[in-house]
Design a protein around this ligand. Structure first.
Ligand SMILES: [Fe+2]
Ligand SMILES: [Fe+2]
Length: 198
């Protein structure tokens, strides 16, 4: 059983940066998916993965919301857009400050920042910790809540977005367990949102 209370001071320190781009919904949900993946993959490092998922998107706070949507979600090649790179760099800068202030070790901070830096733009993940954080970052979108929020970001309706999740996102998940979890969540979300009709 992972002691999740040890991360409460990090949540508190990151709170001012969680209000951009619905991060205050995305990040807690993805954090929970990360816990589920960590329980399945005990060789991954719990602190590094959970600190990385908690802090990975705080850099969006530094970027104008209109630009986040227009460049970061609805442009061609949005995953390589300038705002994507900027939110990663800002996440490293702000995450380092938060973790240093709270007394986390330099080794842990380096490992966390290595994942945050490039979590969207790096073509291939480096190792198991990186792969787990990437999957946790995407799994929330397969839930009803994530589907509702992310479909809006991409300018699609839930039916279109569910189809995109199935054809483009699910096959690119890194771990087999995440693929199983995503497929199950997709079935449930399609049923609950009546996507056979809507
Ligand atoms: Fe991100
Ligand atoms: Fe994210």
């Amino acid at each position: 059983m992972i002691d999740l209370t040890r991360y409460d001071p990090v949540w508190a320190a990151a709170e001012p940066y969680m209000r951009a781009r619905k991060n205050d919904v995305h990040v807690p949900l993805s954090f929970d998916w990360c816990v589920t993946l960590l329980e399945h993959y005990p060789k991954a490092d719990v602190d590094i993965c959970l600190l990385a998922i908690l802090l990975h998107d705080i850099g969006w706070h530094s970027i104008d919301h209109g630009e986040i949507v227009s460049q970061g979600f609805r442009s061609e090649n949005y995953l390589q857009s300038d705002v994507r790179c900027l939110h990663e760099a800002e996440g490293v800068r702000m995450g380092t400050e938060i973790l240093q202030d709270l007394g986390w070790s330099a080794t842990t901070i380096d490992a966390v920042c290595e994942i945050i830096d490039g979590h969207d733009t790096r073509p291939d993940p480096h190792h198991l910790n990186d792969r787990i954080v990437r999957d946790a970052d995407k799994l929330w979108r397969f839930e009803v809540t994530g589907m509702g929020i992310a479909s809006e970001w991409f300018g699609k309706n839930p039916h279109e977005y569910a189809d995109r999740l199935e054809s483009a996102i699910l096959p690119k998940l890194e771990t087999d367990y995440a693929k199983t979890l995503a497929a199950d969540a997709l079935v449930s979300s399609r049923r609950r949102l009546k996507l056979h009709v809507l």
